[in-house]
Design a protein around this ligand. Structure first.
Ligand code: KIV
Ligand code: ZN
Length: 388
């Protein structure tokens, strides 16, 4: 039985994240990242899609052997051969899970499967039944649930729970929903599906409209207890919900009281390891893990943050493994930031007109000529004033 007070973190960096063009990992790289995710404290690692290639089968199998403290999961379509291959790949795992599923929206049913609701429903049930012959822990995904008719979705979810699904995943595959809509979908399932209280409801949101984190949080607010996420938000197209955003949103605001077993101090290190190993750099303004997430560059903000960090920071950078916030000196910086940096460098300057103003004016000349003023530039400026 699952823990009702806990939010399960299902990391799919190695599966949905690895689907990003150019992000492909070899077996050693998958093992290295899986170990880092285990240290970070994720509950479930989706290690790959074993039928997709012999290399991925091997990677999933090796991850299954190495990882002891997380559930190791393999993805399948609702196809017997997929399920058999995934079952074989995850066999060495201490806690194995098969993640199987099929499309649930009419768009997918008509245009992807050229099928009917009835046939798709039957395939969903058969897939879960078959997966249950290999493992106890079977997660079912209703692909494109974001665009699915809620009544049909509820029917599908009820049918797979009846045959033993332990987790039901409600993906917003195309990143289509608004948060109120996605939250209402989860609430509808909670209210209308028999047996739903016995399984974990999972979210799996894509970021096509930049709403993946908001939708995931709306799902959690309405009863989802597993979140499917990736480090740095990587994943198909515009990506998946990012682990660091969901975890830090819930820990920072604390308006949903649940245990989350993530060691947040390892977030920054994990983010960098994923970016380097996959060769997918993190955008500088990315929440939590971007290079500028704790950097202050305008005079007003720098002055405020130097008076009290709380003025412009809602998270202590140390909480996510970043040593300290940064004061970046640019042409938009003010005297407070300049004095702060010069003092740190050992220069004796005070904020009065005679002392700092000429230095500040010289600083602005340099700052206007380049993007960032570094310590070497400051040394040259201070040399002119021979003020050490
Ligand atoms: O986005 C999606 O629907 C998926 C499923 C395979 C879970 O990645
Ligand atoms: Zn996905």
């Amino acid at each position: 039985m699952w823990d009702q007070n806990k939010l399960y973190v299902f990391d799919t960096t190695l599966r949905d994240g690895e689907q990003v063009p150019g992000a492909k990992l070899n077996t050693n790289e998958k093992i290295k990242l899986a170990k880092q995710l285990e240290a970070l404290g994720v509950d479930i690692i989706e290690a790959g899609f074993p039928i997709s290639s012999p290399g991925d089968f091997e990677s999933v199998q090796q991850v299954a052997k190495e990882i002891k403290n997380c559930v190791v999961c393999g993805l399948t379509r609702a196809v017997k051969k997929d399920i058999e291959v995934a079952a074989e790949a995850i066999k060495p795992a201490k806690h194995p899970r098969i993640h199987t599923g099929i499309g649930s929206s009419d768009v997918h049913i008509k245009h992807k499967f050229k099928s009917t609701r009835e046939e798709v429903l039957e395939k969903a049930v058969d897939a879960v039944k078959y997966a249950k012959t290999f493992v106890d822990d079977v997660e079912f995904y209703a692909e494109d649930a974001g665009r699915a008719d809620n009544e049909f979705l509820a029917k599908m979810i009820e049918a797979v729970i009846k045959v033993g699904a332990t987790v039901v995943n409600i993906p917003d595959t195309t990143g289509y929903c608004f948060p109120d809509e996605f939250g209402a979908k989860i609430a509808y399932l909670k209210d209308n599906v028999k047996g739903i209280e016995n399984v974990v409801i999972s979210t799996h949101c894509h970021n096509d409209l930049g709403l993946a984190t908001a939708n995931t949080l709306a799902g959690v607010e309405n009863g989802a207890r597993q979140v499917e996420v990736t480090m740095n938000g990587i994943g198909e197209r515009a990506g998946n919900t990012s682990l660091e955003e969901v975890v830090m949103a819930l820990k920072t605001r604390r308006n949903i009281d649940m245990d989350i077993d993530i060691n947040t101090k390892l977030i920054n290190r994990t983010s960098r390891l994923v970016a380097e190993t996959m060769g997918i750099p993190v955008q500088p303004n990315k929440a939590i893990v971007g290079a500028n997430a704790f950097a202050h560059s305008s005079g007003i903000h720098q002055d405020g943050v130097l008076k009290s960090r709380q003025n412009y920071e809602i998270i202590d950078p140390k909480e996510v493994g970043v040593d300290s916030s940064q004061i970046v000196l640019t042409a938009r910086s003010g005297r407070a930031a300049l004095i702060h940096r010069l003092t740190n460098l050992g220069f004796d300057v005070v904020n009065d007109k005679n002392d700092i103003y000429p230095i500040y004016n010289e600083f602005l000349k340099v700052a206007d000529s380049k993007k960032e003023v570094d310590d070497a530039d400051l040394a040259v400026i201070m040399n002119k004033f021979s003020k050490k």
